[in-house]
Design a protein. Structure first.
Length: 192
């Protein structure tokens, strides 16, 4: 789940990762993802993700060769590819467990939520749409425009940044005394 969030990978992209796709280097670790249409992209990963990967590999890939799938299941004593349905079950199961500790975890967690959340966090953090499109492996930038539909929080923050402190809506108290003031009432109605 950590890797899925960090890379914003699709479920199938995660399941297709081989050990040779993971490059742990001092200058900046990254993973090679093979997306739709076998479109390949390099995605950087955070040091914390590398730490989790190293712990995982120490347990599950002690004797694996580089061409081995990162995520697999054991069937009749053989390592075989994990199905998307299987990974969805894992995520749902661990999501339910996490929800017991933190009710902020969505009730029905599924793989694409990690991709969407990471994309929104990158976009809110200032990543330009063309770069986000490349990060996600979208063939057309129009596909990425779904993230450009700003949510309420983004709209509110933009309004706060754009609104001058001189704006009367930001004043602590707005007082317009118009009662019993015929001239003011005429002005408000546009009669003067």
């Amino acid at each position: 789940m950590i890797l899925m969030y960090d890379t914003a990978a699709r479920n199938q992209e995660m399941l297709d990762i081989k050990l040779t796709d993971i490059h742990i280097i001092k200058e900046g670790s990254y993973i090679v993802l093979n997306g739709k249409g076998r479109k390949m992209r390099l995605v950087p990963i955070m040091d914390k993700t590398v730490d989790h990967y190293n712990k995982y590999a120490k347990i599950y890939h002690q004797t694996s060769d580089g061409d081995q799938l990162l995520f697999y299941i054991m069937r009749k004593g053989e390592k075989t590819a994990m199905s998307p349905d299987n990974s969805e079950k894992f995520i749902r199961k661990y999501g339910e467990t996490a929800r017991l500790q933190n009710n902020q975890v969505p009730e029905k967690l599924h793989p694409h939520m990690f991709r969407h959340s990471r994309s929104m966090h990158l976009y809110r953090g200032g990543m330009p749409l063309p770069l986000l499109s490349e990060w996600l492996g979208h063939a057309q930038i129009e596909t990425t425009l779904i993230y450009a539909n700003a949510d309420t929080t983004m709209k509110k923050e933009a309004l706060e940044k754009a609104t001058s402190k001189l704006n009367p809506l930001l004043a602590n108290e707005i007082t317009i005394n118009w009662e019993d003031d015929d001239e003011m009432i005429k002005k408000l109605y546009g009669l003067v």
